[in-house]
Unconditional design. Structure first.
Length: 326
């Protein structure tokens, strides 16, 4: 009988402990995993949470400011930045990045350099814009992605893109000479650039005079003088030149390419540089700085059945795509 009393006592204690534990609130899962808060719409353009903003756009060709709804402006950007007959999901990916670019641009800079404007059609400041090339395909891509942007750690990403990666993308520091901390979402990755890309975007050769090279150096603040050789002094993680030695002078390759002519010296993924007499011949692969999304890579991924989100997340690692307005 005593043994049964002892068992009953143990059972009562066990049930009491179980009851107490069962009443405890469940442990909260770690916060911030798999979720992303919406960054605020910039004060300069906001019309309330969840509401499409109106932009004041400086039209360079007309030298005037026009007010237009965000998505209307975006149609012109998409038509200016990508061929309007490209695969729909490539256009959709570009639209999401273009929208993100504007949000980050206004958040970071507070607006355009043109007084009274939020953004402009000046390609040196922002993005290309061509309302004349807007067609139904462009409108559909903008409508499909309406309000969607790319974020990382609750901030708009720097929505970099370029024409052709030459098979491999670049870090921001090597491709752009980006002088801040390398964004975690920008990494060197393989890019499936389309075989349909123009051959002179894939493998190109450009010839310059020595005086053009010297002038490009001046734009960077270098006095190059006469020279008989140009060599690659340093390369970045993707193999792109980051420093060039021109004669006895060292220059930053990303800035030098822009100063020389980025439509001729199409990338810093260089194959050969030669100096013969007054002529400098440079050959390389790909077109653009190589950072972020390759447009010809997006073209190929879309043709292979990938949607816009998958394309973006191939080129921007660990990001989320969220919707800011309906």
């Amino acid at each position: 009988m005593k043994r049964y009393k002892k068992i009953s006592l143990y059972l009562i204690v066990f049930l009491m402990v179980f009851a107490v534990m069962g009443c405890r609130p469940a442990e909260r899962p770690p916060q911030g995993r798999g979720t992303e808060e919406k960054p605020p719409i910039p004060e300069e353009i906001t019309e309330g949470e969840g509401v499409e903003p109106t932009l004041k756009v400086y039209i360079v060709d007309e030298k005037t400011i026009k007010e237009m709804k965000f998505e209307e402006y975006l149609e012109g950007v998409l038509a200016g930045e990508m061929h309007n007959d490209w695969p729909e999901e490539a256009l959709a990916a570009q639209a999401i990045l273009a929208r993100t670019f504007v949000m980050e641009f206004i958040t970071d800079k507070g607006g355009s350099k043109y007084e009274g404007a939020d953004v402009s059609t000046d390609i040196e400041e922002a993005q290309a814009w061509d309302a004349a090339k807007v067609n139904e395909r462009i409108k559909a891509a903008v409508k499909q992605t309406r309000g969607r942007v790319v974020v990382s750690d609750n901030e708009y990403v720097k929505a970099w893109f370029h024409a052709h990666a030459g098979g491999k993308t670049a870090t921001a520091q090597e491709g752009l000479g980006f002088d801040a901390e390398e964004p975690p979402y920008i990494q060197v990755i393989e890019s499936p650039d389309s075989p349909e890309a123009p051959e002179d975007d894939v493998n190109w050769t450009a010839t310059f005079s020595k005086s053009e090279v010297v002038e490009a150096g001046k734009k960077q603040g270098h006095n190059i003088g006469d020279f008989n050789s140009i060599e690659i002094l340093e390369k970045g993680p993707s193999g792109r030149a980051t420093k060039l030695k021109i004669g006895e002078v060292t220059v930053a390759a990303p800035a030098f390419r822009i100063a020389l002519d980025s439509t001729k010296m199409k990338s810093n993924l260089l194959n050969n540089i030669s100096v013969e007499g007054d002529k400098v011949t440079i050959s390389g692969t790909g077109y653009g700085h190589g950072v972020g999304m390759s447009q010809w890579g997006a073209f190929q991924m879309a043709k292979e059945g990938n949607n816009a989100e998958r394309i973006i997340k191939h080129y921007f690692k660990g990001v989320n795509i969220i919707k800011l307005w309906e």
